[in-house]
Design a protein around this ligand. Structure first.
Ligand code: ADP
Ligand code: MN
Ligand code: MN
Ligand code: MN
Length: 386
């Protein structure tokens, strides 16, 4: 019997992971549930006798949406439509992880499928060639829900030595961080760095720059990988924006943004134009920048006001920071510091693109649907329609 009830026995598992798969491929379908969480299940492999070479090799599938807060019990089938796949660092070989969108039986997107609308926006604004780089902060908790490595009934010494810290007592669970980094690399997630954060047991990694909708796909998959890796070490991952009240830093999802225009010579002008637009939609942006974000955005701990939009060069207390190097080069990207660590990257990136260059109208949606239908017709297993 496994010794711990919460830690996977990965040492014993090794033997089984080496067993040959007799030509079959395992596809782990991953999706976002109705509580901003992640679910997954693996595809019965008899349909997958070949290496996955395109999305067309991955059939549509379904699950019980009444068990994931995504559908009522009397209409519980929710459909999984693959949108991206990655090499599986756990099973390795030809096995894959599959990011999916969720749809209802009438063909409409599930209420929690924010990717659908985001994809329309990015199709509309393809000419601007958006790139996003997100800084995902998170906190590791022990089995009792207290930050990993903190004294059982108390607090560690005040913040100061922990950010980018090195050494016992300054950082906790570097093993998880390293394992996650390598797992992301193996999965072709464009992870671009990692560091220990200001609050002990809090960490950050960056994904990007990635174009358009692919940032959301990669960031969600990186979250799946983090939860999955942490399972093997018996730690819990929380993306709560203010896990510990008081003088402990919250966790954000700084969103770095550039377009063809901001990256071109003299691109500061396009950045300034973006700032003027962002300033008019503070409320709308905050409404999709994560739950409980008001607990984090207090104006303290390197955050700005929840209600008021501000921007500045090198200012970490403003809503948007223009890195000093960007101001010096007169081109580059800006950093929206408002999103909370638990925010949905599809929603963040889509509202930024929408605010900068406009909403999708009926014609955009019709064009998008037409294209989607062509793709569906080419799939091995067609998308379910009533
Ligand atoms: P910080 O100084 O805010 O901690 P980080 O180094 O953690 O910055 O993160 C910077 C992020 O900016 C990275 O995710 C990187 O991919 C992203 N980035 C860099 N250049 C661009 C660009 N031109 N467009 C979009 N994102 C970019
Ligand atoms: Mn950072
Ligand atoms: Mn950070
Ligand atoms: Mn940052």
């Amino acid at each position: 019997m496994a010794q711990s009830t919460i830690i996977s026995n990965t040492a014993n598992l090794q033997k089984y992971l080496q067993l040959p798969q007799k030509g079959k491929v395992i596809a782990e379908y991953v999706w976002i549930d109705g509580s901003n969480g992640i679910r997954s299940k693996s595809k019965p492999s008899q349909t997958l006798f070949k290496k996955v070479e395109s999305l067309k090799d991955l059939p549509e599938w379904n699950f019980d949406g009444s068990s994931t807060l995504q559908a009522p019990g009397d209409n519980s089938d929710v459909y999984l439509r693959p949108v991206a796949y990655y090499p599986d660092p756990f099973r390795q070989g030809d096995n894959v992880l599959v990011m999916c969108e969720t749809y209802m039986s009438d063909g409409k997107p599930n209420a929690y499928n924010y990717r659908h609308d985001a994809a329309i926006i990015f199709e509309k604004h393809a000419e601007h060639d958006f790139w996003f780089g997100l800084e995902q902060e998170y906190t590791l908790l022990d089995e009792f829900g207290w930050p990993y490595g903190w004294p059982k009934n108390g607090f560690p010494a005040p913040q100061g030595p922990y950010y980018c810290g090195v050494g016992t007592g300054k950082v906790f669970c570097r093993d998880i961080v390293e394992a996650h980094y390598k797992a992301c690399m193996y999965a072709d997630i464009n992870i671009s760095g990692t560091n220990a954060e200001v609050m002990p047991a809090q960490w950050e990694y960056q994904v990007g720059p990635c174009p358009d909708i692919s940032l959301g796909d990669q960031l969600w998959m990186s979250r799946f990988l983090l939860h999955r890796v942490a399972e093997e070490f018996g730690a819990k991952v929380t993306f709560a924006p203010k896990p510990i009240p008081g003088d402990w830093n919250g966790a954000g999802l700084h969103t770095n943004v550039s377009t063809k225009e901001t990256r071109a010579d003299g691109g500061m002008k396009a950045i300034e134009a973006a700032m003027e637009k962002l300033a008019t939609r503070q409320k709308e942006h905050m409404s999709v920048y994560g739950e409980d974000n008001q607990l984090r955005m207090t104006g303290k701990h390197e955050t700005a006001s929840y209600d008021k939009f501000t921007w500045g060069v090198a200012n970490r207390g403003s809503s948007v920071r223009i890195p000093r190097s960007v101001a010096a080069d007169n081109k580059g990207y800006f950093e929206d510091r408002r999103p909370a660590s638990n925010a949905d990257p599809y929603q963040i990136t889509a509202i930024i693109a929408e605010t900068m260059y406009g909403k999708a109208d009926g014609a955009d949606i019709a064009k998008f649907n037409e294209k989607a239908e062509e793709v569906e017709q080419e799939m091995i297993v067609p998308v379910a329609k009533p």
